[in-house]
Design a protein around this ligand. Sequence first.
Ligand code: SF4
Ligand code: SF4
Length: 424
Amino acid sequence: MEPASKYDVQTSMRTVVATTSRHVRADDLATCVACGLCLNDCPTYRLLGEEADSPRGRLQLIRALVDSDGPVPAGLAVHLDRCLVCRACETACPSGVPFGRIMEGAREELSERRPARGVAAWLRRYGLGTVASPRRLGIAARVTDLYARSPLAAAARLAPRALAWASSLAPRREGPPFRPTERADADVLLFAGCIMREAFGDTERATVAVLEADGRRVSAPVEQVCCGALHAHAGDGDGARRLARLNIDAFAGSEAPIVVNAAGCGAHLKAYGEVLRGDAAWAARAAAFASRVRDASEVVRPRRAGTGRPIRVVYQDACHLAHGQKVRDQPRALLRGIEGVTLVEIADAERCCGSAGIYNLTQPDIARELQRQKVACILAAHPDVVVSANPGCMLQIQAGLRAAGAAVPVVHLMRFLADPRAFG
Ligand code: SF4
Ligand code: SF4
């Protein structure tokens, strides 16, 4: 794939920077020693072959950005926008560079110094406002569901490429939306998310059922809101911090673990201490909140029910679970524990599928190629079912399998655990 623009990045890297930024820390940037060991694990570097589209190149561009408060260097934003924030570079990096945190800070810096304009910027603001508003998101989810079930969606395959691509990713609702309800004697609190509760109601109910089958008493605070991960990734730091404060208040008054079933949300909730680090009034509460967050696979116990027949299962690592939370073994152990399941590993299991929040809408060419590669790896394993723990990955892989003519179901880990026979 040809890069859309070139940016000259010096490969003799500086590792010291006198940052003027409020959002990117000099000590974070200084952790990169420019060794290049991350390059081959970066999906965009592998596709585009440009230093500026590698972790090392992007860090160098971010140094240039925060070195001064002058005009933003021309062409720089293109390469930062192409980053998936998949954090595969964090796994590969021997120096512990906190790349996700650096990139989110750089995007906030960029959005302050060179506010985006035009239709795309308006659409992004509208989208972020929608996920943050339960009422607006409910309407959007209903409309999208009606569209996805209509003949229009099938006809959109023949539409111009960009429209057909966006249409292929439109989610159908899994049953009715999930409505949080509270109970006073809870020993687990469920973080229900925004899109999850609207579009993946059956997965939410399955998560509650699996926890209750373990003897847990589950409560879902009604005042909770979107986690803010999409806002942070898009450089809307104020929006991300506002949502974090609302959630900290919503989950206050309990020491119980906060369980989440969406990898992207979980990685961000676990980082609330960082998100509000600069806010003296909230920093300690944010760190305490973050310490309570667990992915559902870290909490639930192995099941006894079997599938009813032998099946091959591919577990798809969501980047924000594998790279962001270092949760790899727990979901696999749960799947291996189910009678009848043969867990099949795929090639390049930890490479991003191209979903990455709203990346598949903002960078469709790269997202489509990553989807194609992921689907090829999955199909080579001949699965009966694909299991994942992130809604974005599920939609991206479902669409890719459909495009490849493969009728392989893609299901959330919690739904599979709740009723393995349904997929056997
Ligand atoms: S976060 Fe992912 S896409 Fe971005 S630089 Fe790191 S490996 Fe590459
Ligand atoms: S592996 Fe780490 S230290 Fe080496 S270039 Fe990549 S980010 Fe920098």
